[in-house]
Ligand binder design. Structure first.
Ligand code: FES
Length: 142
């Protein structure tokens, strides 16, 4: 009789103990491959240097000073600073890593998800990469 009682308590208490410790019982059934609702893990981490053909219409916004783009397929935020400089940042928001909610105004990138703003400086919160321009080719080293 005592053994049956102990067995019952052991089986019944496990979920109660997990709940009491704040461990969601159903979490063990979820996949670790679940995506962020904001697409934060939509693209893999940076792989290496990127060469960009600035004469391509895809990058026409970078032809004028102040022009910018979110180059999602390479996880880059790009902005033309001057005739001779384009800055490149990782497009992962420093807050929660979302990559697809950017707008730009007053020298500041704004992330729509929680309305945080980040300066377009390499000494700010955004991860800045080294860039160089040779002819029509922009090279981003990461
Ligand atoms: S993820 Fe960008 S502000 Fe929160």
């Amino acid at each position: 009789m005592e053994n049956k009682r102990r067995q019952f308590l052991r089986q019944a208490c496990a979920p109660v103990l997990m709940a009491a410790l704040g461990i969601p019982v159903l979490e063990a059934c979820s996949s670790e491959e679940d995506e962020s609702p904001y697409g934060a893990s939509a693209n893999p981490e940076p792989k290496g240097p990127v060469s960009i053909d600035l004469s391509s219409s895809t990058f026409s916004s970078l032809n004028t000073v102040g022009g910018w783009m979110n180059y999602l397929s390479e996880n880059l935020l790009l902005i033309r600073i001057s005739d001779t400089e384009i800055r490149a940042f990782d497009n992962a928001c420093p807050h929660q890593g979302n990559r697809d909610g950017w707008s730009f105004s007053d020298n500041t990138f704004n992330c729509k998800y929680h309305n945080n703003s980040y300066e377009n400086s390499c000494s700010g919160s955004l991860t800045c990469y080294q860039t160089s321009i040779s002819g029509n080719t922009l090279t981003v080293t990461r």
